[in-house]
Design a protein around this ligand. Structure first.
Ligand SMILES: [Zn+2]
Length: 281
């Protein structure tokens, strides 16, 4: 009897694994030469980009819009070695009831981040420099995601105390980050609700943790040093390294159940980030 049960559960596990794998693979497409040309023509990638276009994969997914309806037209372009986790992340977001208004290709905005933000577009790869800077953004490596920019704005803060909010329509809508307010409906697409979910899938750095700029929409897998190591390794090795960091985070979460949720997320994400900063880990 026990043996039959064991066989049955093994079979179920195998089926689940196979269907998960099929599910992941169905949602991931390696960018073709034609796709890359299109990106180039639409100013989403240039010849000087820090990673080659051939290292990018398109993840397609279903998402809930703000009426709760599920749409299956979500698209995110990411680094090949993180694509499988992005598939799982988007499924987990939908399952949690999190809403993504739209995730359209960056070609539609000609790689213009301001236009994409104003349209409340969720995006990942964009071969651009950091906002108001010269260094490559981690979006140019395909390892950062910007989620619902209108609900989760980018706030640049000058030394004189002036704050510039992007997109502008967020300034009078999303600067107040409280979500249980007297006389106001809770907002269901704020990054705060999914910070742990992102970390569970390998996005350990959140721009909402920064003093300035504060980048509520921005999630990235790790510090630049780690990302550079990730792209320098053969794909299989890079995948293993990335998965190891996820295991480390999840283990930390399990081992610190007594710590309050928010504190635990900060502690565990920091543990992984410090680990990533060590040479050759
Ligand atoms: Zn970003």
């Amino acid at each position: 009897m026990t043996f039959i049960k064991f066989k049955f559960s093994m079979l179920l596990l195998l089926q689940l694994t196979v269907s998960n794998l099929a599910f992941s693979q169905q949602n991931i497409t390696k960018l073709s030469t034609k796709d890359c040309k299109k990106l180039q023509q639409n100013k989403v990638i240039t010849k000087s980009n820090p990673i080659a276009c051939s290292r990018l994969s398109l993840v397609t997914f279903s998402h809930r819009n703000d009426h709760g309806t599920i749409h299956d037209d979500g698209q995110l372009v990411v680094l090949d070695v993180i694509a499988a986790q992005v598939v799982k992340l988007t499924a987990a977001l939908t399952q949690q009831g999190f809403m993504i208004e739209k995730a359209q290709p960056m070609e539609r905005y000609l790689g213009d981040d301001k236009r994409s933000m104003t349209d409340n577009n969720t995006s990942a790869f964009n071969g651009r420099a950091i906002t108001n800077g010269k260094r490559w953004s981690l979006h140019a490596y395909g390892v950062a995601v910007d989620i619902n920019p209108v609900q989760n704005p980018f706030i640049d803060i000058g030394k004189d105390g002036t704050a510039v909010v992007s997109p502008t329509q967020s300034a009078r809508y999303a600067m107040n980050r409280l979500n249980e307010r007297v006389g106001k409906q809770p907002r269901q697409d704020m990054a705060e609700d999914v910070v742990d979910l992102f970390a569970q899938h390998g996005f350990f750095i959140w721009g909402g943790d920064w003093n300035y700029p504060i980048d509520y929409q921005h999630f990235q897998v790790g510090p630049r040093r780690f990302v550079e190591r990730l792209i320098s390794l053969p794909q299989q090795q890079a995948r293993v390294l990335f998965e190891q960091k996820i295991t480390l985070y999840r283990r930390c979460q399990k081992e610190n159940k007594t710590i309050k949720k928010l504190k635990r997320r900060a502690h565990c994400a920091n543990t992984v980030i410090q680990h990533m900063k060590k040479p050759h880990v």
